[in-house]
Every structure is written in C-alpha cells, then in structure tokens.
Ligand binder design. Structure first.
Ligand SMILES: NC(=O)C1=CN([C@@H]2O[C@H](COP(=O)(O)OP(=O)(O)OC[C@H]3O[C@@H](n4cnc5c(N)ncnc54)[C@H](OP(=O)(O)O)[C@@H]3O)[C@@H](O)[C@H]2O)C=CC1
Ligand SMILES: CC(C)(CO)C(=O)C(=O)O
Length: 317
C-alpha cells in the first residue's frame, strides 16, 4: 500500500450500507471490490445504482463477486452484512483476510471487533460506526436518504496508523469521518440510540418522529437510554452528562425515520437482536449490571421476530 488514494477495499455485503460507502469510496478513487448475494448477476449486468442527495450514481461496469468466487486481496475488508448473518462470517472472511489485512466492521452492535480479532489474530480490527440513513430498495439499487458520517475506532494500537489513511479515502469520496479514542465507548454510545429506537420502532409500529411526539413512547425511549448508560458505565465507559439530552434533541430534529430494524420487520427479515441487545445485556451482566427494560424489549422482539417469520412454535406458545 503506497498512499491513501491507492487503498483497495473489499465490501462484504452490497446492501444499503455497503453499496453506499462502496460507491463513495469508488468515487474517491479507491479500488473497490463488491461481494453481493442474490443480486450479483443483476449488478454484473446493469451495475450498482445509488441514489443520493450527494448525487445519483450508476457504477457500471463494477467489480462484483459472489462470495464463492476467487477474489483478489484488498488492503481493507469491510463487513457490511446484517449481523443476523454473522454465523457465516468466519467462513466468508477466511479467504479475504491475510497477514495485516484491515477488517473494518460497519455493523451495529457490540463485541463485533473482539470476536473477529479472536478468529483472525493476523488481521487489524477497526470499527466504522456509521451514522447513515440508507435503504436497499431493490436488486443492486440503494437509496441514501441522509447523513453518512463514519466514526472510526481501532481495537488496538495496530489499527491507529491506518486511521488517517482510511479518513483520506472516505474524505476523497465526500464522507466525513472522525476518530474515536475508545472503541467500546463509541459502540456503547451508538447503542444508546439503536437500543431504544430500533426496538421501539418495531414494538410500537412507528417511526422516530412518532416515538418522540408521544410522551409515553418518548419516556420509554429515555428509560431504555438510561439503562444503556448504566450498562456502559459498568463496562468502564460512562457517557458525558450532556450526551443523552443531545442525542434526544438530534432525534427530535431528524426527518421522520424508519430505523433499519423496522424495515427488516416490515420485510419479514430476521432482526438484529443478538448483537444489538443480547451482547450488550451479556456484557453489562458480566460487570454486575442488569438492564431490565432492555431485557424485556429484547424478549418481546425475539417473540415478534419468530412469529413474523412464520415460526409456528412461537404462535402456539
Ligand atoms: N442501512 C443503514 O442506514 C445502516 C445500517 N447499519 C448496519 O449495517 C449493517 C448492514 O445493514 P444494511 O446495509 O442496512 O443491510 P442490507 O440488508 O441492506 O445489506 C446487507 C447486504 O448483504 C448481502 N448479503 C447477505 N449475505 C451475503 C453473502 N453471503 N455474501 C455477500 N453478500 C451478502 C445482502 O444481499 P441479499 O439482499 O441478496 O441477501 C444485502 O445486500 C447492519 O448491521 C445494520 O444495522 C448501521 C447504520 C446505518
Ligand atoms: C442510528 C441509525 C439510524 C443510523 O445511523 C442506525 O444505526 C439504524 O437505522 O439502525
């Protein structure tokens, strides 16, 4: 690797997030290899379409692969699958990761980088926390609605030198980045939004604006957020006192938004409960703190998720 503009990226999962950031990295001059799933042939034939307030793009031809194809190695492998696919991550990443490969994890959740580091000790683990509103609306077709900043946090000192290079590659594609000194702190702070709003959007069947507008729903969101703050503090990464009021104010200003979990539920896709709820519950419990409201909504989400996807056992229970 010579300089930042010459970085190469493999994007595992060409969906709402992977398709959008891959498009921006391409526009910034990086080499980008997309790994797609059901729409690989469609993207090969018609390209990757990304509609965005930053400008609409059709990347065609584009370097796209199925996960079973031989794929040239890249400097950085970006994980952009739903965490519901993580049982397959080791198998999917194994051919892509060599000595010193950077794994940049874009998924929502907790303990993602630690688990990957245990499986791939030869790799350098960096979290890319994405403040993005983007949807995959059809095969090879992504609609970016708003935002896009990426907070970068290295798991250990081996990742630190990579951060300026990654920032330059994103910056060249028009994506703002920042660097977070503590990966666990950054992950818990993002969960302070995801845990209340992703879950409540499914359980209450409404978007963020409607949650914020209803005093009882908003109080529930705040209660969940407070529990996440207690979990984070127990894990050694307390929030600043003004963090939660600021996050609520930002949510109030946001355009009405259907969080990714609501879209997954409406499309009858599996919900990302394990890494967004169960892992934080487990980590807080390991440090002696329970999050009872979070635990309750996690159980409700699991039940709804199973019945939504046609598990007859859950309907008779
Ligand atoms: N969308 C957003 O704005 C944000 C998303 N996130 C997080 O990012 C992660 C990804 O979410 P998102 O992009 O929305 O999800 P999507 O479902 O839009 O994208 C996932 C993509 O992975 C593809 N895929 C599945 N299996 C494979 C495989 N074996 N090989 C290659 N590709 C595969 C899917 O293809 P197919 O559809 O054909 O199965 C799909 O295109 C989640 O953890 C989410 O919480 C975080 C912040 C914002
Ligand atoms: C916080 C948000 C809305 C985007 O950054 C998100 O992570 C999601 O929709 O799951």
């Amino acid at each position: 690797m010579s300089d930042s503009t010459a970085l190469s990226f493999t994007i595992l999962g060409t969906g709402a997030l992977g398709g959008f950031y891959g498009s921006r990295l391409l526009l910034g001059g990086a080499t980008v290899r997309f790994i797609a799933h059901s729409d690989v042939d469609r993207i090969r034939a018609h390209g990757l379409r990304v509609d965005s307030p930053l400008g609409d793009q059709v990347h065609h031809p584009v370097e796209v692969y199925a996960d079973s194809d031989p794929i040239p190695s890249s400097d950085v492998v970006c994980v952009a699958l739903k965490t519901t696919q993580n049982a397959r991550l080791t198998e999917l990443l194994a051919p892509l990761v060599g000595e010193g490969t950077v794994i940049l994890n874009w998924q929502n959740g907790l303990t993602l980088e630690e688990e990957l580091a245990a499986r791939f000790p030869q790799a350098i683990l960096i979290a890319g926390l994405c403040f993005l509103c983007s949807n995959k609306v059809g095969p090879g077709h992504i609609v970016h609605l708003d935002y896009g900043r990426v907070s970068l946090a290295a798991l250990d000192e081996r990742g630190v030198d990579w951060l300026p290079r990654l920032r330059a590659a994103f910056g060249a594609g028009g994506i703002e980045t920042d660097v977070q000194p503590s990966l666990p702190a950054a992950r818990w702070r993002k969960l302070a939004w995801n845990i209340p709003f992703n879950g409540l959007s499914v359980l209450l069947d409404r978007n963020t604006d409607a949650i914020m507008a209803d005093p009882e729903a908003r109080a529930l969101a705040e209660r969940l957020m407070h529990e996440v703050a207690e979990g984070a503090a127990a894990c050694g990464v307390p929030f600043d006192p003004d963090f939660m009021p600021k996050m609520l104010a930002t949510t109030e200003r946001m355009a009405p938004y259907a969080p990714s979990m609501r879209l997954d539920f409406l499309a009858k896709r599996a919900l990302e409960i394990e890494y967004m709820y169960r892992r934080p519950l487990r980590e807080a419990a390991r440090h002696g703190v329970s999050m009872p409201a979070v635990e309750t909504i996690a159980a409700q989400l699991s039940i709804l998720d199973r019945s939504n996807r046609g598990d007859s056992a859950s309907r008779t229970a």
